[in-house]
Write a protein that binds this ligand. Structure first.
Ligand SMILES: C[S@@+](CC[C@H](N)C(=O)[O-])C[C@H]1O[C@@H](n2cnc3c(N)ncnc32)[C@H](O)[C@@H]1O
Length: 283
């Protein structure tokens, strides 16, 4: 994800969906070299194109989902939400790159090893850390609700939860438990924006021709997807967990609304989706 965000940040301002100045600092040395090559005038744009040829699919989907979630988070903050919880935050840099995030309470939840690497990198870069609380949680083993209740997160105020690029790596039990814990800890009016992959890609029941190689390659690098959902059943799945579906869109459709006005030919995939759910307010 950091490489794909670094590629996007290397584009000229007039044609990029966002700029993530920290993305390349999170990369290993070989990938940082690739990201630097993408910044070279004239020839640089060939680097992401080559990447897409070798690994078609993930980059446009990643870029579209990042922008869509940026827009959702900023809209929630504009509506008055004052706390944002990033679940499986990884190298998400929204707390630093989005000015809207500077005046809200931010909680980053992830496995402790990931947080150690991220905090060390941010310290080296002399980034402010005061507005962010790091909450170590393993969704497969730990109780998210207790972990959040042990912080200064306010259970009586609506929040924005972001769960980007994570559910597809978890078990069904962990996804279910995490959503139920979010519901239990969150005030009415809370929003949860999350990504998921179409379940048909896991069992082979739906073919996504634009993404065949992508699907094979995630398994090849030991990051096989383990969990997906059926868009047709998402509303009912969330309702069972006390959440109301507000919208659900493929990155292909979201990408079109972002890329086409910029005259970009990037094609995100139908298999990767973004949805937003809300904790209903009492009638
Ligand atoms: C593909 S990365 C996405 C990171 C970030 N949300 C983004 O979009 O850039 C997946 C993240 O989920 C975290 N993750 C995976 N399994 C987890 C688990 N069982 N508990 C907590 N975090 C987990 C990983 O550590 C990693 O940071």
């Amino acid at each position: 994800m950091a490489l794909q965000r670094a590629f996007e940040s290397a584009r000229p301002e007039r044609s990029r969906l966002f700029r993530d100045p920290l993305a390349r600092d999170f990369l290993s040395t070989p990938l940082r070299v690739v990201a630097e090559l993408a910044r070279i005038p004239v020839l640089g744009p060939l680097v992401p194109r080559l990447y897409d040829l070798v690994w078609p699919g993930p980059r446009p989907s990643a870029v579209a989902r990042t922008r869509l979630i940026d827009d959702s988070v900023c809209a929630a903050i504009r509506r008055g939400i004052r706390q944002v919880i990033l679940l499986g935050a990884g190298f998400d840099s929204r707390a630093w790159r989005l000015p809207e995030m500077h005046n809200v309470r931010v909680f980053e939840v992830d496995q402790p090893d990931m947080q150690t690497v991220k905090v060390a990198t941010l310290r080296q870069l002399r980034q402010l850390l005061d507005h962010v609380t790091f909450v170590p949680v393993d969704f497969e083993q730990d109780d998210l609700g207790s972990a959040l209740r042990g912080t200064e997160m306010r259970g009586d105020e609506p929040s924005m939860f972001v769960w980007e690029g994570v559910t597809n790596y978890l078990t069904a039990v962990a996804v279910d438990r995490t959503l139920r814990e979010v519901r239990a800890v969150a005030a009415p009016g809370t929003e949860v924006v999350f990504t998921y992959v179409h379940q048909g890609v896991l069992d082979g029941s739906v073919d996504f021709p634009e993404a065949r190689r992508w699907v094979r390659s995630v398994a090849g690098v030991g990051e096989a997807w383990t969990f997906g959902l059926l868009p047709d059943r998402l509303r009912a799945y969330l309702a069972t967990r006390g959440l109301q579906l507000m919208w659900d869109i493929s990155t292909a459709d979201a990408g079109r609304t972002y890329f086409e006005p910029l005259r970009r030919a990037d094609q995100a995939s139908q298999l990767y989706r973004v949805a937003l759910a809300r904790v209903p307010c009492p009638a």
